[in-house]
Design a protein. Structure first.
Length: 498
């Protein structure tokens, strides 16, 4: 580093100006999570720049790891401190970190990614950039004043920033390759107990193993931490008893007919307050009787079947339900093992797609493309024929598939959602989708779909949502589709992607 640059770095005024600039820059970065994902047209320059995020992000990762390694070598006395070299690397790290966040946010604005993992990745990336900026300031101040506290502070910030990089990279890998990408093959990772290794019938707990599992399929989808309909949460015992916004007690021990939950499930199915609501499978008479008896007996936790064996009627009712639940668990375990086998069957060492179990339906699979873009084409889709009937959701976002792929997609007889954004299709294969009896969502955004070919969607009787964002479809055709199928909602704004 030249003597002029050394003199420049010694100036307190310059440091104060840079400190102010970095503070404003950090505030600007921190504002990103609060920017809405615009539904309006995103500039092509924004979309183009966002694609460079996976490339640029590797520069600050490498530089910050090198700096940490260098600092450790200095502390061990193995090498001498080269302050000019360190400041140079820190400047480059800070620049590339900030730039990575900005173009990463541009990629996020493209609308192709959503969910908690994306936001966590964004927060962590911003934290890394701010960490790099702060480490630079501390190293610079230590160079100016030669204060040990600044040198120690620099090391601590550098260490924390590198830990953040590991976490951020894990989230990025999860977005690209799935949630367990980093830990999937960790040797000491605990293996879940097989559903076949079930506890003996007598040891099954009345509430925890039988009541909760019975209500899980009927009620928990609307009454959990993420969705608490009516303010009623059922995932903890205390909240399960307490009730929701109605202020009425859900479970009154020993008094089923005064319990709001029991009253709701025993109403006529046509009643507005009947639970579960219309469209969901109601509890059977035996399940209702089982819940009634449990409330009559005091609605207790921690009681096993062996504890109630003396009450023959109560025991017979609950043990019968427990046996049914165990049978369902065995069947579900077999299905999941079959799905695992199918996933392994079509897996490749360097595949351009991601195939995983559907979190919304354990009996199905989700097919999606690898981030940020993919070379996946019609031939690769044909190779997945063994799993076609198990695919419930499929996203071919930004892939190379063409209209020929519709022939294969038409064989996915359990498909419920199909995303074809930014693909090369024009729509002449849409006719193959008319036999998909479960297809509810079709997203053709960003494609060159033809007006005349689009009319084939009217033959997909189950279709409920059609997305045509950034297409050149004639408004007259859109109106015609809406008029001929009032049940089909045509959206001209961006839909949810995965």
């Amino acid at each position: 580093m030249s003597s002029k640059l050394n003199a420049l770095l010694k100036k307190t005024t310059l440091f104060n100006q840079v400190f102010l600039f970095f503070t404003l820059l950090s505030l600007f970065l921190l504002s990103f999570p609060f920017w809405p994902v615009t539904e309006e047209d995103v500039s092509q320059w924004v979309l183009f720049s966002g694609r460079f995020h996976p490339l640029i992000i590797h520069f600050p990762i490498v530089l910050l790891f090198v700096l940490l390694f260098w600092e450790c070598m200095v502390r061990l006395g193995w090498i001498e401190r080269q302050i000019s070299f360190q400041i140079l690397l820190l400047i480059l790290s800070a620049i590339f970190s900030v730039f990575s966040v900005i173009i990463g946010f541009a990629l996020f604005q493209s609308g192709g990614y959503s969910g908690e993992t994306v936001y966590s990745h964004l927060y962590a990336g911003i934290a890394v950039a701010i960490g790099a900026l702060t480490a630079l300031l501390f190293c610079w101040k230590a160079y100016q004043l030669n204060f040990k506290k600044y040198t120690n502070g620099y090391l601590i910030i550098l260490l924390l920033t590198n830990l953040l990089i590991v976490y951020t990279s894990h989230l990025g890998g999860s977005l690209t390759h799935g949630e367990d990408f980093l830990t999937e093959h960790f040797p000491l990772k605990s293996v879940p107990v097989s559903a076949y290794d079930q506890k003996p019938l007598d040891e099954m707990l009345v509430f925890e193993d039988i009541i909760q599992n019975t209500l899980d399929a009927r009620c928990y989808s609307c009454h959990n931490e993420n969705k608490t309909k009516g303010g009623y949460l059922m995932t903890s015992f205390d909240d399960f008893l307490k009730g929701g916004k109605s202020k009425k007690t859900a479970i009154v021990p020993a008094k089923p007919y005064e319990s709001e939950l029991f009253q709701r499930i025993t109403l006529e199915e046509s009643h507005d307050d009947h639970m579960p609501p219309e469209g969901k499978t109601p509890l059977t008479n035996q399940e209702i009787l089982m819940l009634e008896k449990w409330i009559e007996k005091g609605a207790l936790q921690g009681i096993s079947l062996s504890d109630i064996r003396a009450d023959s009627v109560y025991f017979t009712l609950l043990s019968s339900q427990a046996q049914r639940l165990q049978q369902e668990m065995r069947i579900q375990a077999q299905r999941e093992q079959e799905l695992d086998g199918l996933i392994q069957l079509v897996a490749h060492q360097e595949q351009s797609f991601l195939l995983e179990k559907d979190k919304e339906n354990k009996n199905g699979l989700v097919l999606s493309m690898q981030f940020p873009g993919t070379s996946f084409d019609d031939n690769q889709l044909a190779e997945l024929q063994a799993v076609f009937s198990h695919i419930h959701r499929a996203s071919f976002n930004a892939s190379n598939i063409s209209d020929d792929a519709f022939y294969h997609i038409g064989q996915m007889n359990n498909l419920r959602a199909l995303f074809l954004q930014q693909t090369r299709i024009k729509g002449n294969g849409l006719i193959y989708l008319q036999n998909l009896e479960s297809l509810e969502i079709l997203d053709l955004s960003g494609t060159e779909v033809d007006d005349a070919e689009l009319l084939h969607v009217l033959k997909i009787n189950s279709l409920q949502h059609l997305y045509l964002y950034e297409t050149h479809v004639n408004p007259v055709i859109v109106d015609a589709i809406a008029k001929n199928n009032p049940q089909l909602e045509v959206h001209l704004e961006r839909g949810t992607l995965f």
